[in-house]
Each structure stands twice: as C-alpha cells, then as structure tokens.
Design a protein around this ligand. Structure first.
Ligand code: UD1
Length: 446
C-alpha cells in the first residue's frame, strides 16, 4: 500500500513526533484539490459489515483515521483491498478501496481500538443488524467533551435490542429473528447515532422512522450508498428518515462525497492570507452557511465548474459573529478555523459553540501567537489584532490543530506546530496542498 506522506510506515506511527513548520506572510494562490470526506468515508466503510458482497468506495481519503478503521474492520472479518497505483486517482490523493466481509468473524470491538477513534463505536449498528449481537467498548472520554452514547442505546433499544453495560462494554443483543422496525425520535441531533440507527434499520423487519435525524451531507451520502446496496431509504437530508427493512444487502460501488470541512478550512486559509485559490472537486452547496460567513468577512466566493473560487485581494478581514449548529448551520468542525481568521479582523467578533461543551482548547494556543480572545461560557469574544507573531504551539485536537496552521500562515515569522498526528487524522497532505499555493509549510521529523 502506498503512503502519501512518507512511504515508510503507518501514517499514525510516523507522524507521531512530527512537527509542522510554517513561515507566515505569503498569500495563497493556485489550485487545491479537495479530498473525499473523512466523516463520510468512516461510516461508509463501516457499512461494508452489512453485506457479504464487496463494497467498493472511490475517493477514500488517505488519513490515519481511515487506516485505523481498516484495521478495526479487519478484526471483524472485512478483507480490505487497496489496488495500488492502478486504482489511484490522477492527482495521487484519495484512493479506491474494496471492502469484503464474507462472514463476520468477531462481533467484539475492543477497548484498545474504540478508544483511539470514537467513530469505531459505530460498528455496533451493522454487527447487531447482521449477526444479532455485538460487544462494543464504550468510547471513553474525549478531548472535546463528554460525548456520551445514550442516543445510540435508546435508538437501538427502540428497534428491540437489549443493551447491557458490562465492564466498560455494551453488550447488544437483537430479538430472535432480528431487529424490528420502529418509530424513534432523537431527543437531540446526533450525526453518529443517525448513521448507526439508519444502518441497523436497513436489515430490520418492517419499517423504521427516525425523527429529528441529523441532516448532514454525510448522512445523505451513507443513505445513497445503502440504497445502492439495496436498502430502502427515503428522507435522508431531512429530519425524518424512513427505512423499510430488507432481508439482505448486496455490494455496490460508491464515490465518497467531497470533504466540506477540508473545503471550508482552505477557504478560511485563503481569506486569512489573501490571494486567489480554486478549490477543486468540491461543491458550494455542502457549506453554504460557512461560505456566507466568509463573504461577510470580506472574501469573494464564487462557484467554478467543479468547485469554488475564493479570493481576498486587498480589503481587510471584517468581524463576523457565528454560532455553531447542526447542519445546515455553521459546522462545529470549522469553528476553530473561523476563530483563527477572526483573530485578524478589524473589530470584535463572537463565536458561540453549541455542539460540544469543551471545544475551545485552541484559544490558549492562538493566544500564544498574539490573539486576543476571552471566553465566557460557550462564547468566545475575539478582538482582532493588527498582526500575529509566530511561536511554538501545540495541536490539541483535529480541527483545533488546523486553526493553528491557518493562524501561522498569517503570522510574522516562524510557527512550529507540534502533536500534528491530530492533523494527519483528518487532513490529507496538508503541507503539499498549501505549498503548491505558495505557502511555506514543511513537515519536520525529529
Ligand atoms: C460527528 C463528526 C464530528 C462533528 C460532529 C458534530 C464524524 C466521524 N464525526 O461526530 O467531526 O464534530 O459530528 O457535527 O462524523 N451526543 C449525546 N449522546 C449520544 C451521542 C451524541 O449526547 O449518544 C451529543 C454529543 O456529545 C455532542 C452532540 O450530541 O454534544 C453531537 O454529537 P454527534 O453529532 O453525535 O457527533 P459525532 O457523530 O460523534
């Protein structure tokens, strides 16, 4: 298997001690290809557990989280085939990968693996639907909040499953004859719980109606793939999803949708540095709210044939208030990046985080670069400064870490970002993509 960044060993291992060095001050100009969405690829890969046929996914981003999930799925009996160069796309980024789970050999997802990536908990849905049982470790704590699993438990219980917590694991058992379709309204919007309930319901007896479902594009992408596999699903993308259970699913070929968070991240980087960049293989419709906020901040945003052109030529960055919300609201996964942008605005802006209670760890690090930010509850008040100054900073989570890169691109002098394994979880070849547009960004291996 070819590896994008070094070709030596597993992404997660090699990147552990790496740092990113940025020399700020350059505009971004050029073309950035956008990868397949991590947050779609993960549930799509997990959907391969629902069928004994091959599920082929195109445009799978080359990321540490994807590699880890391949290992996790391998434990359950999924054969993963990456066909090297022949199957790679022209630009050499995302790949086509074949997943085949003839039989499920193990219905246990162990703590050591689930603790590394919360989304691996989602195997609980397909395992339960196909095998009638699953033993899955609780995900444990997470840097950006408590992130409980109550909604998964309640939702699967609604389909007739018995859910017992035992020694840090959930033992889930379907009734004899399999899960039973039901109506369930989520008390709170959850992307992961919507994915899981939708997957589980595809093989349940009868009809399931999910109310207050997440409307994220990744939910729609998963539904489209499941439909190609023979599932009967309608309403994905609205808050009511209806799934009519079928007895089995087949294989399919599906292309992972573009990564809207990566798209928004680079759009914010351009708004920050100034310049003119075309983001290719992506779609404005995936991130209307975030792009509207960027326009208000002073960027020009326009559609191209297969992507988005983003420009800021002269003119400063205007202060804009945002509040994160489930889709179609402003995504929490772009909150840190937008805050980085606002540190250089010409006034005072406020950013309110409503999805995760502890997602402001980037504030302290941005302050090291000279940002003026104060926190009051779930709201950050950002007073724009004339200039940021490079400094050593530490990545704390996936999206926070890229906000430091954005700030570093506009800071005077050198910024060194450590703990960048967080970045490798979610951004494919970040330094290549930025360097191609004129930034000075390099990976330093100690
Ligand atoms: C997904 C995304 C993540 C994004 C988040 C919100 C993936 C792999 N990850 O995470 O990048 O930031 O959506 O857009 O797609 N909650 C409960 N009980 C539950 C489940 C969730 O209270 O059983 C809470 C969470 O703590 C959080 C909120 O619901 O406060 C939303 O979380 P959720 O949508 O489930 O996030 P993820 O699916 O984990």
């Amino acid at each position: 298997m070819a590896h994008g960044t070094s070709g030596k060993a597993g992404l997660a291992r090699i990147a552990h001690m790496d740092r990113i060095r940025i020399v700020g001050g350059n505009e971004l100009n050029g073309i950035i290809p956008i990868s397949g969405a991590k947050n779609a690829a993960l549930p799509l890969m997990i959907a391969s557990l629902l069928t004994s046929d091959t599920l082929t996914l195109e445009n799978v981003p080359h990321l540490a989280d994807v590699e880890l999930l391949m290992r996790i799925l391998g434990n359950h009996g999924v054969d993963v085939a990456v066909n090297g160069r022949r199957e790679r796309q022209e630009d050499g980024y995302s790949r086509t990968i074949h997943f085949t789970c003839r039989t499920i050999v193990d219905t246990t997802a162990p703590y050591e693996l689930v603790a590394k990536m919360r989304a691996s908990f989602w195997v609980i849905g397909p395992l339960l639907a196909r095998e009638g049982q699953a033993r899955v470790s609780l995900p444990g704590g997470c840097a950006i909040g408590t992130r409980p699993v109550d909604l998964f438990i309640e939702g699967l219980e609604a389909l007739g499953a018995t859910m017992e917590i035992d020694g840090g694991y959930i033992n889930a058992t379907a009734p004899k004859g399999g899960l039973i379709g039901a109506r369930y309204v989520f008390p709170k919007v959850s992307v992961g719980a919507t994915h899981v309930l939708m997957m589980a319901a595809t093989l349940a007896r009868g009809t399931t109606v999910i109310g207050n479902a997440a409307r994220e594009p990744e939910v729609v992408d998963l539904a489209n793939c499941l439909i190609a596999m023979g599932a009967k699903i309608s309403g994905a993308g609205t808050s009511t999803i209806t799934i009519e259970g079928v007895t089995s699913l087949s294989g399919a070929r599906h292309r992972v949708l573009p990564d809207r968070i990566e798209t928004g991240t680079y759009a914010m980087a351009v708004a920050m540095t100034g310049g003119d960049v075309t983001l290719e293989n992506t779609d404005m419709a995936l991130l209307d709210t975030a792009l509207e906020s960027l326009r208000r901040a002073g960027a020009d945003v326009s559609p191209t044939n297969n992507g988005i052109r983003i420009m800021r030529n002269g003119g400063g960055i205007k202060p804009v208030d945002v509040v994160t919300d489930p889709f179609p609201g402003f995504p929490t996964d772009l909150q840190a990046q937008f805050m980085a942008l606002m540190t250089r605005s010409s006034g005072i802006s406020h950013i309110t985080e409503t999805i995760f209670e502890n997602r402001f760890m980037h504030v302290q690090e941005l302050a090291r670069l000279g940002a003026k930010i104060s926190l009051s509850g779930q709201t950050a008040r950002i007073e724009g400064v004339e200039k940021l100054k490079g400094a050593p900073v530490m990545a704390t989570d996936l999206r926070a870490s890229v906000s430091l890169v954005i700030a570093g691109l506009a800071a005077e002098g050198e910024t060194l970002v450590s703990r960048i394994y967080h970045l490798d979880r979610g951004f494919e070849r970040l330094e290549d993509k930025l360097t191609r547009c004129g930034a000075i960004v390099e990976r330093i291996s100690d």
